[in-house]
Design a protein around this ligand. Sequence first.
Ligand code: PRP
Ligand code: URA
Length: 232
Amino acid sequence: MAAGTSAASIRSANWRHSKGAGNLSNVHLIDHPLIQHKLTMIRDKETGPKDFRELMDEISLLMAYEVTRELPLQEVVVETPICKTTAYTIAGKKVGIVPILRAGLGMVNGILRLIPTAKVGHIGVYRDRETLLPVEYYCKLPGDVEERELIVIDPMLATGGSAAAAITFLKDRGCTSIKLMCLLAAPEGLAAVEAAHPDVDIFTAAIDERLNSHGYIIPGLGDAGDRLFGTK
Ligand code: PRP
Ligand code: URA
């Protein structure tokens, strides 16, 4: 912490879920102190795959709490040991989680701990190392995917090509309710996804500075898939 900066002032500046972040109307920045703390640890190049996986899991759980904030509720009658009362349960469409392979896999379990009945579809997209363009190589989705509230997950939103392609793929299959959740986003990726899919809300725990000439997020955390699976 910089000398003279109080923890309270940092906390009050950071403790928010702000919509319209980065001047883009569909971007939600979720920067709760617990998330910021864990993000700092996950960025650290000394953090090995075991801790990296655990941190991604914990951050995903914390973010899922905000991403699902708008889920509709329905009134139900419940009988407590004292009396009958009206209470609420989740209503409307069921949830589907769609990780973009590989790195999105690291976010699945954290979300499933909050929404254990969600179904999980998988879309395999990798970035061509030369062109940085997305290449699809796998797809397996729940049979009723078009009826679900979908959360597409990928820790890294860099050029935005992979996420935009995955969302297009889902829309081509009739999906109409889609959110995108990532850990780190570059301004370039946020702008690209919002331009391609203005109907999709994007949730991120940080908006970094920019992309480098290899399409990596600066400062970022490096290659998320390699760090998650130890494949460097
Ligand atoms: C990473 C990341 C995203 C993509 C982001 O995947 O997990 O899917 O890059 O980059 P973009 O926004 O420029 O498309 P990568 O292609 O490295 O594949 P991996 O998950 O198999 O490592
Ligand atoms: N994919 C990653 O894993 N990291 C980046 O910084 C950009 C794309």
